[in-house]
Write a protein that binds this ligand. Structure first.
Ligand code: GCV
Length: 691
């Protein structure tokens, strides 16, 4: 048995090194270009990239001409980054707009969408990847190898291999419209503000610049103290104000187009203005004033909660809404999509739309901290789409999270959106071939917050797997088969994958019941003595012999009051609360009758079982598509789906056997019986990571 395993591992490893070559290029695979003329009156490093991309990748009639027309004063229907495509002509107001146009033209050619009559503007001014990369090269919640930016304090010299990778990174980001990178962890080391590190930041910025990507840094609020330059970091202290303004001046002298700071303050042990008796607004404004002369911004995170008796889900709203209108106009409050922490499913954060005089941005998590790391195939676009399309009703019907953050409703001085990156040194960048789709989806939604996940999945599959465009064009049978037997089923698998993960991990509004060890496997029982309760699953599921769920209704913690009517009543009322949020807002008896007639216990069991069945069906879908793709990616995904399935069964068994101790009800007889013992899973908790 051991020998067989070894053989499988060797085969898989061999396959993955071939795979490396294939998916390192992401969605920008080789094309068979036509020899075309690309004409542009203007020239700049950015336009040179546009020309080269078109020459290398345009598929069309040889000898045809593509024109690039940049007119800053014309094109009044365009924003700075927007573009128009018409009869092989790309029009834009800026060079970067033209480059986005070039990538859009090439993408549309490959996906078979119209390449004329297209006018496109981004939803957000700033479309940013947040890298939780530490200066020693590790990546917090990273599942795709070490940092592409940092290798530790003894390796600050910039190597040719660094430059090559940063070019590839910039190109990939630009091709999907991303225009900002925060290159260090929000749990920030103050060292990043010292000269040696800033020189490396400059080298990165120089490479990203022609691709229209600005660099931002996460800063530790107590940097002047941590660097032993001052004895306080009080934001109202004159010495502190001048320290930051000198530091900002120094940064801009090195990186003239520096974007600004991202700050995690007074959160999970990070220092903040509260340490000095000051408010978030006083802290953020001090940094904003230092950045203002250079057009820099502060992204101030609302991810704050303290160990007190207050429901954690209420704390960010309670702390930030009283400060509405008190922030400078170059501060944006960065809010995670849900009120807790990037769980497989959360209702939207009630902060969206609630701060009417303050710029607010969404923070999504692309890295799959709570969604199976880079082992599980989970396409996150449907989760983000669900959040962006949620109606807050804060300004009447139609006040979706998207509209409350993109400037359509509130007069925001700046608009932005951020995604916590899933990128690392792994040769395929993201650890799982399908995790690349999440990077791609984030970029596409940041550009157009109304896009449907179906379209994004369609595009990504065509760009990433559909290598043989010529064959497709000339062979209708092949094209039809590819679409019917590969594109359609795999797309459906992607679209179902997030709901499947919710089903086998945390259905019906359950949340935060993962193992504390790496946030990968199940751990609904985890609550060691001495650990603050809001870090333990029992705090969130509240299971006991009477029932399960967190009562956040008006009679409970009252968190539901933070939502605007009619959302408040909808979530508060059992008859109207959607099943998907049921146990988020309500504590219910095990025999509670669901809308479909099942008891709550049975419904829970069926959801877990459905999740496992869904992964099983993904395995079948995948095994069937082998003829349509390269064997290396096929084998890698096949292997990961096996791990995912085993892990889904573990989640199901662990959660059902654990909760059954309280419900004392039978697992319905028409679903598969557990194959694990609860005591074994619990004993093995710290080895639960199957990978
Ligand atoms: C960067 C969660 C994660 C932490 C992360 C934090 C945050 O708690 O587990 O790793 O820290 O969120 O978003 O700041």
């Amino acid at each position: 048995m051991k020998k067989l395993n070894l053989i499988i591992i060797v085969v898989v490893l061999a396959a993955s090194s071939v795979q490396a070559q294939i998916s390192h290029e992401l969605w920008l695979g080789e094309q068979t270009p036509a020899a075309v003329n690309v004409v542009s009156v203007k020239s700049s490093p950015t336009l040179e990239i546009a020309k080269k991309e078109l020459q290398d990748r345009f598929v069309g009639t040889p000898g045809s001409t593509i024109r690039i027309l940049v007119d800053k004063k014309g094109n009044n229907d365009l924003k700075t980054d927007g573009y128009k495509l018409d009869n092989n002509t790309i029009k834009a107001k800026s060079d970067i707009g033209a480059l986005y146009g070039a990538y859009a033209l090439l993408r549309r050619q490959q996906t078979g969408e119209p390449v004329s009559g297209v006018v496109s503007n981004p939803s957000y001014e700033r479309r940013i990847l947040d890298h939780w990369d530490n200066l020693d090269g590790s990546v917090e919640r990273g599942y795709a190898g070490n940092s592409i930016f940092w290798h530790g304090k003894d390796s600050l010299a910039v190597l040719p291999s660094d430059r090559k990778l940063w070019h590839e990174y910039a190109r990939a980001n630009c091709s999907i419209g991303i225009n900002g990178s925060v290159i260090n962890n929000v749990n920030a080391s103050p060292l990043v503000l010292t000269d040696a590190y800033l020189q490396r930041v400059k080298a990165i910025a120089d490479i990203l610049r022609p691709y229209g990507i600005k660099i931002y840094l996460s800063v530790n609020f107590a940097s002047p103290v941590a660097l032993k330059e001052l004895s306080t970091a009080d934001p109202l202290d004159g010495k502190v104000i001048s320290w930051w303004s000198q530091k900002v001046k120094e940064i801009y002298s090195i990186i003239p187009d520096f974007g600004g700071f991202l700050v995690k303050a007074s959160s999970e042990g990070q220092p903040g203005p509260q340490n000095y008796g000051r408010s978030h607004a006083e802290g953020a404004n001090m940094l904003a004033d230092a950045l203002k002369p250079y057009d820099g911004i502060v992204m101030w995170r609302a991810f704050v909660y303290t160990a007190n008796d207050e429901d954690r889900a209420k704390q960010a709203y309670a702390e930030f809404t009283p400060l509405d209108g008190k922030f400078r106009d170059n501060v944006i409050i960065q809010v995670k999509n849900g009120p807790i922490d990037f769980q497989p499913r959360e209702p939207f954060s009630p902060l969206f739309g609630a701060m009417k005089k303050t710029s607010v941005m969404v923070e999504f998590q692309i890295t799959q901290e709570y969604l199976g790391h880079s082992t599980h195939l989970v396409f996150l676009s449907p989760m983000w789409e669900e959040c962006l399309k949620s109606d807050t009703y804060q300004n009447g019907k139609g006040s979706t999270v998207a509209k409350c953050t993109d400037g359509s409703i509130y007069d925001q001085a700046h608009t932005a959106i951020a995604g916590v990156s899933n990128i690392g040194l792994d040769s395929n960048w993201c650890g799982h071939p399908f995790a690349q789709a999440n990077w791609y989806a984030f970029g596409r939604l940041a550009w157009n917050n109304e896009l449907a996940s179906e379209q994004i999945a369609d595009e990504w599959l065509k760009l990433s797997f559909h290598k043989d465009a010529a064959k497709m064009k000339n062979n209708l049978d092949y094209a039809a088969n590819w679409s019917r037997h590969f594109l359609q089923p795999v797309k459906q698998m992607m679209l179902d994958s997030r709901e499947a993960a919710v089903n086998y991990m945390m259905p019906l509004g359950l949340h935060h019941i993962m193992s504390a060890n790496g946030h990968y496997g199940p751990g609904p029982w985890w609550a060691p003595k001495g650990v603050r309760s809001d870090w333990t699953p029992p705090y969130y599921h509240q299971a006991d012999k009477n029932g399960i769920g967190f009562d956040r209704t008006i009679q409970g913690s009252g968190a539901v009051r933070q939502y605007h009517e009619p959302v408040l009543s909808k979530f508060n009322n059992l008859a109207t609360c959607p099943d998907k949020y049921l146990l988020w807002f309500h504590h219910l008896p095990w025999n509670y009758k669901m809308k479909d007639g099942h008891t709550l216990w049975d419904a829970l069991c069926y959801h877990y079982d459905k999740g496992v069945k869904q992964v099983r069906s993904f395995q079948k879908i995948w095994d069937r598509v082998a003829p349509f793709i390269d064997s290396s990616r096929f084998l890698e995904v096949q292997m990961k789906l096996r791990y995912q399935c085993a892990n889904a069964i573990l989640w199901k068994d662990a959660c059902l056997l654990y909760f059954q101790q309280f419900s004392r009800m039978a697992i319905p007889y028409d679903i598969e019986r557990p194959v694990h013992m609860l005591k074994d899973i619990r004993a093995d908790e710290f080895k639960v990571r199957i990978k």
